[in-house]
Design a protein around this ligand. Structure first.
Ligand SMILES: Cc1ncc(COP(=O)(O)O)c(C=O)c1O
Length: 467
């Protein structure tokens, strides 16, 4: 049977995407969500839902083989940084699954992007089956990463921050073969796969697991003693480079220490380390899985002016789909990277929406939303530190990664306060070991000063009423 030429200027899928019925359906969905979500404001759990919720948590504990960190099961609805839980309580969510919900909960733009994704032909994208949106996401990330001079024209999507870091280390090791050692910082956190558990500086996270490669740790910048800590780190680096010449495949670093306790880096600190590493030909990996979107620039390495040193960069969490960005020099020559799933179609669509929203909400720039809101939040925490000198010290962190040290800095005290705040309606989460801090990751594309005022009011109440 002969085929007639296809003269179409758009695909049938494009015609579907442009069908006015879809636009109307999305409008109706947004309207319905808005109507119901407008009823949400911070409140305790509903008596009538308590036992069903407790039962759900018991079932969750049984099926996952242990209780969750805290009794959080979303009802499926929220409004900006407010989220309703399945027990009918409403919380001000200033941790957002560790920085994932950048536009808060039930955001109309994110829902619309997810609906667009739902009508695509496949639920997941992968190396053998990508849709055009994958290309758009990868290009958006590389454009952002290169905006101030970094050479990172390549991008691979993946489904977790740990996987993005796995790809980063594979690329570096492939490039530097047979070098097998990695440099990282004290208290680093890279994820929980075998390789990342090796890199992560927490003995209990690798209990019972064989180590996958040797890692040497450098001390991180101490904000109380920036010059001395920089000297220590640089001295240690030189000692190690001398001890293991040609053996380092990568220097892996969070520009802002995240799980380690919200310690900021600085231009001076990182330059003092990155220059000798560059001179020694050691690839530099910046892990921005937690820090992306939180500072005056999309990437914290840009915030610190480290563009010239970035060989490989990883992102995740707020980007919805995770990614490894890398320079042309690092391009692998062998088939070392491939994945059945690079990301869910909805993750990619909402990731694109998220990047657009960070920009349209003016999050970046020296006096952008992130800088303004972070200063506002930090000032309010400083006032609480004055009011409760025995219960609050700080503030700490960088940009929209905000933290304080509760009480004596012990894990037990921080956890007790964290759970008390949870009950009152404010979600923050612990980080760091010694001291343990409580951190906040307010959603940058939706947080306002009024939300921060509300968080401070709840925190004040929590500090005053903590038994
Ligand atoms: C800096 C950093 N890297 C990597 C990861 C791992 O990401 P994921 O949990 O998506 O594997 C995290 C998670 O908290 C992180 O904070």
């Amino acid at each position: 049977m002969s085929q007639t030429a296809n003269e179409s200027t758009e695909t049938v899928a494009d015609a579907l995407r442009n069908d006015p019925r879809l636009a109307q359906a999305k409008r109706l969905v947004a309207e319905a969500i808005g109507d119901h979500a407008s009823r949400l404001s911070v409140r305790p759990s509903a008596e009538s839902l308590k036992s069903t919720f407790a039962d759900l948590i018991d079932r969750l504990s049984a099926v996952r083989g242990g209780p969750p960190i805290w009794p959080y099961l979303s009802s499926g609805l929220g409004r900006g940084p407010y989220v309703e839980l399945a027990d009918g309580s409403v919380k001000l969510d200033f941790i957002c699954g560790i920085g994932v919900h950048g536009a808060g909960h039930s955001d109309p733009g994110m829902v619309a992007a997810a609906i667009d994704a739902a009508i695509e032909d496949t639920v997941m994208q992968g190396n053998l089956q990508q849709n055009p949106a994958s290309v758009v996401m990868m290009e958006k990330l590389t454009a952002l990463a290169q905006a101030s001079g970094a050479a990172l024209p390549h991008c691979l999507l993946s489904t977790s921050g740990a996987m993005a870091n796995e790809n980063a280390l594979k690329i570096a090791m492939h490039h530097k073969t047979p070098a097998d050692r990695v440099l990282a910082f004290d208290n680093a956190f890279a994820g929980r796969t075998f390789a990342m558990a090796t890199l992560t500086d927490r003995p209990n996270y690798r209990m019972g697991l064989p180590l996958t490669f040797p890692v040497d740790y450098l001390p991180f910048r101490d904000p109380a003693n920036p010059e001395r800590s920089t000297r220590w780190a640089v001295d240690e680096l030189h000692r190690l480079l001398k001890r293991h010449p040609g053996r380092y495949a990568a220097f892996w670093a969070e520009p802002i220490a995240g799980e380690g306790g919200y310690y900021p880096g600085s231009h001076e600190f990182f330059t003092a380390l990155c220059q000798p590493l560059k001179d020694a030909g050691v690839p530099i990996i910046f892990d921005e899985v937690q820090s992306f979107s939180r500072t005056s620039r999309p990437f914290a390495f840009q915030h610190y002016g480290l563009d010239e040193f970035a060989d490989i960069v990883t992102v995740g969490k707020i980007t919805q789909v995770c990614a490894t960005l890398y320079s042309s020099e690092m391009k692998p020559t062998g088939p070392i990277l491939s994945q059945t799933f690079t990301g869910a179609t909805a993750s990619i669509a909402t990731g694109i929406e998220m990047l657009d929203r960070l920009e349209s909400n003016h999050c970046f720039g020296p006096s952008g939303q992130n800088v303004q809101l972070a200063t506002y939040f930090q000032d309010a925490l400083a006032a609480l530190a004055t009011k409760y000198p025995d219960r609050v010290s700080g503030p700490y962190g960088e940009g929209m990664m905000v933290a304080f040290t509760p009480g004596d800095g012990s894990f037990d005290f921080a956890k007790k306060l964290m759970m008390h705040l949870f009950d009152i309606g404010l979600l923050g989460f612990v980080c760091g070991g010694d001291p343990t801090r409580i951190r906040f990751l307010p959603p940058p594309a939706t947080t306002t000063k009024a939300h921060i005022d509300h968080a401070i009011e709840l925190l004040d109440r929590g500090l005053a009423t903590l038994p």
